[in-house]
Design a protein around this ligand. Structure first.
Ligand code: GDP
Ligand code: MG
Length: 171
């Protein structure tokens, strides 16, 4: 068994569900540090993945902005060293999808090789959706990222989205 640790960031507009997705995924909270100086919460979750013939024990360090979003002041330290990111949009608000390329560009400016997975969240709020899956798919393709329709509320596709990012960052 190979053991690795990777930093991944949650990126997306206010209230899209970044913190809720982390909480849902990290149901067995192993480590939860609050870096009050930079307003970031770091959670740790172990996942086990195949890589070729080996199994990899991956410790995912999940970085999430805590409290009010003051992204300008934390940007560099927040992104530095990230192997990848979950880009989160909210299916009930079209502008949240439009924001994703800028987040991706900022991350790739700091870490050119960073991997991305798009989580189109609030999949459960079916009657309130203002974005179609086709729109999400097109944006994700432009960012060369896989996408998932997630719900932090029901848990739909949350595990699979984080696992896909895990596979990408250990590949
Ligand atoms: P953040 O600002 O991106 O961290 O967003 P939060 O995780 O704080 O979530 C913002 C609001 O959206 C909260 O009221 C959550 O309960 C709600 N929320 C987050 N994810 C979902 C979801 O998948 N479905 C529904 N119905 N509500 C969600
Ligand atoms: Mg949050």
């Amino acid at each position: 068994m190979i053991s690795l640790s990777k930093k991944v960031c949650l990126l997306g507009d206010f209230a899209v569900g970044k913190t809720s997705l982390v909480r849902r995924f990290v149901y067995s909270l192993f480590d939860d540090r609050y870096l009050s100086t930079i307003g970031v919460r770091v959670s740790r979750k172990m996942i086990v993945l195949p890589r070729g013939q080996d199994m990899v024990e991956l410790s995912l360090m999940l970085w999430d902005l805590a409290g009010s979003e003051e992204f300008n002041t934390v940007r560099t330290s927040y992104l530095r060293g990230a192997a990848g990111a979950i880009l989160v949009c909210d299916l009930t608000r079209t502008t949240t999808l439009d924001s994703l390329p800028a987040y991706a560009a900022e991350l790739r400016q700091v870490n050119p090789g960073a991997w991305l997975v798009v989580a189109a969240n609030k999949g459960d709020l079916v009657g309130e959706h203002r974005l179609t899956e086709a729109q999400v798919a097109q944006r994700a393709a432009e960012l060369a990222a896989p996408y998932f329709i997630t719900s932090a509320k029901t848990g739909a596709n949350v595990e699979v989205a984080f696992h896909r990012l895990g596979e990408l960052v250990v590949a």
